[in-house]
Design a protein around this ligand. Structure first.
Ligand code: FPP
Length: 250
């Protein structure tokens, strides 16, 4: 049985995988290319992983495509990334439709250039009924900003008398985040030998398993992705309980 089939047929496979796609710049530098070539190859890797994910019946894939801090990169690189984003959205529609993938986005979408917003809205609309997998792009995304906005929203509702302070529980907070349509990630993967979370899904990864790999993102392929998932499936998730408690529940 191939790794893909093993994952696809297992009840232990993750429902939601989140990825920090890191290392495009280093990949390009190693090969003597400009950074934007690294990002273009990063899109190829993303297409491979999204397809691999759909084929293994993973329901949700959420990728960090552009952080709120990435706006501080050199203007030319930001421009190149936005232009790659627009052209990829146009080009990848067929991949999304063929694999029945719904596209969503989280983050401060209004800060994106107008043509990105338009293209994104169009692809999200065209794929909204695809029910095999949801691919979520974190774009102009920052977790602390997301939490700040949720706190402001709930505080406003309390001030307006629409809810009580006591009604704010973990579920209400989860539903006030950008990710209200997603379950929490089971597995978070970061490529390129960096061991940071970088302001990504801080609330949502409370109980996620973490997987780090030295592979640079453009080199990260389907087999690497399946290896990461297999590693997750072989771990025991205890959610604060003991091994004995977990065993008696199953
Ligand atoms: C990190 O590599 C990657 C990014 C900042 C962008 C990730 C984007 C894609 C894979 C393409 C899809 C998304 C868009 C917006 C077109 P890095 O540049 O930080 O690499 P380095 O750490 O080696 O410099």
């Amino acid at each position: 049985m191939s790794l893909k089939e093993e994952i696809r047929d297992s009840i232990k496979r993750p429902q939601h995988v989140a990825i920090i796609m890191d290392g495009n710049g280093r990949w390009a530098k190693k090969k003597g290319y400009i950074r934007s070539i690294g990002h273009e190859n990063g899109v190829d890797a993303l297409r491979n992983i999204a397809t691999a994910s759909a084929e293994a019946n993973i329901k949700y894939l959420t990728v960090y495509a552009f952080s709120s801090e990435n706006w501080n990169r050199p203007k030319a690189e930001v421009k190149a990334l936005m232009s790659i984003l627009v052209s990829s959205l146009k080009k990848e529609l067929k991949t999304l439709q063929d694999n029945k993938i719904r596209l969503r986005a989280i983050g401060d979408s209004l800060s994106l250039p107008h043509n990105c917003q338009r293209e994104l809205a169009e692809v999200m609309e065209l794929t909204k009924d695809n029910d095999h997998m949801t691919l979520t792009l974190a774009l102009s995304y920052g977790s602390r900003e997301e939490i700040k906005l949720a706190v402001q929203k709930l505080a406003r509702e309390v001030a307006a008398g629409e809810r009580t302070v006591e009604s704010i529980d973990e579920e209400v907070i989860s539903k006030a985040l950008y990710t209200d349509f997603l379950p929490d990630p089971d597995l978070l993967i970061r490529t390129s030998d960096e061991y940071r979370i970088s302001n990504y899904l801080l609330w949502q990864i409370a109980y996620s398993e973490l997987y780090f790999t030295p592979k640079l993102w453009p080199d990260f392929g389907a087999e690497d992705f399946y290896e990461a998932i297999l590693s997750y499936m072989n771990r025991e998730r205890r959610f604060g309980k003991t091994t004995e408690q977990i065993k008696s529940l199953s």
